[in-house]
Design a protein around this ligand. Structure first.
Ligand code: SF4
Ligand code: SF4
Length: 368
């Protein structure tokens, strides 16, 4: 991947006014981004309205060689009568483009790999690459290292992988930032990074932790350190940020205009802050899901624990609530719906006192 400056503009959460994507504000952001020498935009079939908006605020206003754009195939939305060619052509049409510079199979993980095999998406993308409609092929990944390695062995045609990488998840055995990065390195794959500041959480660490960075250099804001951590990794070619305010873009561009890799002293500070943040006791749930099958109330126990662990780690912040609201809208009943039947506790290999822990979760997450 030849990207002059590593900051990429993620278009998943574009600014909205009255529920609609704000095209005028998006134009301002795109103009700032492009006029400062940045080029990489990241959209997807699954980001509602994003590809169409991109057409309006970039494609119809700039020459094709002044930007690059990535889009993604949503395997879980394919059907027998709406295959990969239909989805790919829909994306091109929505964006008003003849080709994508980068195209990804979206969100590969154990539960989704099958969709891409079932509809022969790999073969289709290979064909589009041969025809020049896809310049570089990749996939975004949310699973464990063993599946990533298997995918890269099976699909040597892949040019790059999009991974969730940030310093707090580097050794985490659910997110696997470090191990997944090392596998891409081993297979010589370029990496684009999503969630470099963990949905904003690493920009909002406790003041005493921020002070550890600021003592080294007052320019070392927590957000800048988090971005520089991922930007310092040699195989990382793009660091995505979902920017929806000019101030945020200015702050991010300050980091990437004259990019400085982390110094040894800053790396040591990151290690200290990581240890401090992770030393807060959390619910030791491994997300094995043995507890969920028999829950008569449809409570997504491990995911609710994940939301509550975000709170324990980072303090009162809108991220745990956003995550919890997303669960309630899709896969879970409220934590307070527990009827204390006890089946989950009998199934839990970690011997977690789930009923009591759900009460703690409810006290925080269900409060108005
Ligand atoms: S104790 Fe509560 S969470 Fe556990 S299975 Fe019963 S209803 Fe579900
Ligand atoms: S069984 Fe225990 S460790 Fe496994 S997901 Fe449920 S709470 Fe977490």
């Amino acid at each position: 991947m030849e990207v002059r400056k590593k900051l990429g503009f993620g278009l998943m959460r574009l600014p909205r006014t009255d529920g609609k994507i704000d095209i005028e504000k998006s134009k301002v952001l795109a103009d700032m981004f492009l006029s400062n020498g940045y080029t990489y935009f990241d959209t997807a079939y699954a980001y509602a309205g994003s590809e169409e908006a991109f057409r309006e605020f970039v494609v119809e206003r700039y020459p094709r060689d002044s930007y690059t754009v990535a889009s993604k195939m949503a395997g879980w939305s394919l059907r027998d009568d709406f295959g990969p060619a239909d989805m790919f052509n829909t994306s091109l049409q929505r964006a008003g483009l003849e080709y994508f510079d980068y195209y990804l199979l979206h969100s590969l993980q154990p539960s989704r790999v099958g969709f891409y095999d079932k509809y022969n998406c790999w073969e289709f993308c290979g064909q589009m690459k041969a025809e020049g409609k896809i310049r570089k092929l990749g996939f975004s990944y949310h699973g464990a290292p063993d599946l990533l390695e298997e995918l890269l062995q099976t699909h040597p045609e892949v040019d790059f992988v999009q991974l969730q990488i940030n310093y707090i998840d580097w050794d985490n055995e659910v997110i696997w930032s470090g191990e997944n990065y090392r596998i891409c390195e081993k297979y010589g794959k370029d990496v684009t990074v999503m969630e470099p500041i963990k949905g904003g959480m690493l920009a909002n660490i406790a003041p005493e932790y921020a002070e550890i960075y600021a003592k080294i250099d007052p320019e070392d804001t927590p957000a800048a350190i988090a971005l520089r951590f991922v930007g310092s990794l040699p195989n990382v070619k793009v660091v995505l940020s979902g920017m929806n305010e000019p101030e945020q873009m200015i702050e991010n561009m300050k980091v990437f205009d004259n990019f400085k890799p982390l110094t040894d002293e800053e790396r040591a500070a990151v290690k200290v802050v990581t240890e401090k943040i992770l030393s807060v006791p959390m619910i030791p749930c491994t997300a094995c899901r043995y507890c969920t099958k028999g829950c008569p109330m449809g409570i997504n126990i491990p995911e609710i624990f994940k939301a509550y662990n975000m709170y324990l780690t980072f303090g009162d912040h809108n991220r745990p609530h956003l995550y919890y609201d997303g669960l309630l809208a899709t896969t879970s009943n409220k934590a307070s719906a527990c009827i204390q039947c006890g089946q989950c506790e009998a199934a839990c290999p970690q011997h977690i006192e789930i009923i009591d822990k759900l009460k703690d979760c409810s006290a925080y997450l269900d409060k108005e």
